[in-house]
Write a new protein. Structure first.
Lengths: 60, 418
């Protein structure tokens, strides 16, 4: 997807999704590479995941 | 546009110029209406506000014609005639008929205009409408962002197919700058089989028989200039010259009495409704109503038009792609606006009551028929609701808010003030 479409193209598809499914509850992650919510900044996650920080999980 | 004169008109030469233009317009909060050849600019509701018209006619390049793949990529300002000329060199076509135009003359509509209106003609029965033939699109969002959807392969499946969203959006979501279409070969031969019926019910039977036959009609049109006149039906057959005459003679048998086979289209083919005496009723000043319906409901729709016309003291001309479930009714501009409003109200009531009991403005299952006013003079517009009941209007408003948060693209042109 990211090779075929630019970030702007994918953002535009998200606009459609936000109109139908503002909370991103319908099959999240199915079509788009990063499950993005409306207004969320795209890209890989940075920093320590909250559940790792809480000592509940280990990240490999 | 709809009686408004814009203070500015801009004519970008490429997508990046158009992008910069839209970004600047949004920065200055200018209301923008895109325009191609202007053949359908009188359709619909005039915009609430108009500061800038973007003329797409300089975006006039056919970028790529991949004849082997039956695909073409063209800019939005390419006219349909220009495109047909390019494609004909490879014996191919974009199988869309040019929509009826006021006065029946003037320049050919542009690719962008055909998409923005979603207009289609007789051959929609076989080939579909613009949304069915569009496989990729480039649209500039109101903030100037250039975005693409789809691609140039017929079987592309990646991402949302936003082309379907933009088709028929009347320029309210963004500026279409490029489109990619799937193509069809030009038919080796064509024949038209015509028939005349004294009464609409018989004509509807003829249409149903032709549509249900195994003779593969490419289009079935009906034309009723006046309620007392002959109802004309014509069927287009396309294909191999060898089998065509046999198919045509079988089709004459299907249609019944009073039939003929023609090499060329009858003069009224795809021209829209026309009343006798007034010439083309689809000229400026007339009111044009589009009725969409389940194809099987054709007899009921013809009855509803007739009954509503009688009740309002009007004799509307009716024509359209009967087997595809689209008819147009036209009333000349000389009719009283009050009578037209009564006709429209009566028509909508009958369509809702007689064809789909229980449907009322967004409740219940989808209607089996609906009437939308394509074009009307200002005096008529003031009295009527152009769109009628529109289900899922809330969703359309949410889409508009997402795509055009400033409501600057053709504001008010679409249903519900979108």
């Amino acid at each position: 997807m990211t090779k075929m479409f630019t970030r702007e193209d994918l953002d535009t598809m998200q606009l459609l999704r936000c109109a139908f499914d503002p909370a991103g509850l319908c099959n999240p992650g199915k079509i788009f590479p990063t499950p993005r919510l409306c207004g969320e900044v795209p890209g890989p996650r940075r920093g320590v995941h909250p559940i790792v920080a809480a000592g509940l999980a280990e990240q490999f | 546009v709809g009686g408004l004169t814009p203070p500015w008109v801009a004519s970008p030469a490429d997508t990046s110029e158009a992008s910069a233009l839209l970004a600047a317009a949004t920065e200055h909060e200018l209301a923008v209406v895109p325009r191609g050849s202007g053949t359908t600019v009188s359709w619909g509701v005039p915009p609430r506000q108009l500061d800038l018209v973007i003329d797409t006619l300089r975006l006039d390049r056919v970028i790529e014609h991949a004849a082997g793949d039956l695909v073409v990529r063209a800019q939005a300002g390419v006219t349909m005639n220009q495109l047909a000329g390019v494609l004909a060199t490879a014996r191919q076509q974009l199988a869309l008929d040019v929509p009826p135009r006021p006065g029946g003359q003037g320049s050919s509509p542009t690719v962008g205009g055909v998409l923005a209106t979603g207009a289609a003609g007789p051959r929609r029965l076989r080939y579909g409408t613009p949304r069915d033939l569009l496989i990729g699109i480039t649209v500039i969002r109101p903030d100037g962002t250039v975005t693409k959807s789809g691609g140039k392969v017929v079987k592309n499946v990646a991402g949302y197919d936003l082309g379907k969203l933009y088709t028929g959006s009347q320029g309210t979501l963004g500026l279409i700058t490029e489109a990619i279409f799937r193509l069809h070969p030009l038919p080796a031969a064509t024949a038209f089989v015509t028939a005349g019926y004294a009464d609409p019910a018989a004509a509807a039977e003829g249409v149903a028989a032709a549509a249900g036959s195994d003779l593969a009609p490419a289009a079935i049109e009906i034309d009723q200039p006046s309620r007392d006149g002959l109802v004309r039906v014509a069927v287009l057959l396309e294909g191999d010259p060898g089998g065509l005459s046999e198919r045509a003679s079988q089709m004459r048998g299907v249609l019944g009495a009073g039939t003929a086979t023609l090499d060329a289209a009858p003069p009224w083919w795809g021209a829209g409704p026309a009343t006798p005496g007034s010439g083309a009723a689809i000229r400026e000043g007339s009111t044009l109503i589009q009725i969409g319906f389940w194809a099987a409901a054709l007899p009921g729709v013809l009855d509803a038009v007739d009954a509503a016309g009688r009740a309002a003291g009007l004799d509307p001309a009716v024509a359209g792609s009967a087997a595809a479930g689209v008819l147009h009714a036209a009333v000349p501009g000389t009719a009283a606006p009050e009578a037209l409003a009564a006709f429209l109200a009566g028509l909508r009531e009958r369509l809702a009551r007689d064809l789909e009991p229980g449907f009322a403005g967004g409740e219940g299952p989808p209607a089996r028929a609906g009437a939308v006013v394509v074009r009307a003079p200002a005096a008529v517009r003031a009295l009527i609701d152009m769109w009628g009941p529109v289900p899922s209007l809330g969703l359309m408003r949410a889409l508009k808010d997402q795509f055009d948060p400033g409501h600057l693209m053709a504001p008010g042109r679409f249903a519900g003030g979108i």
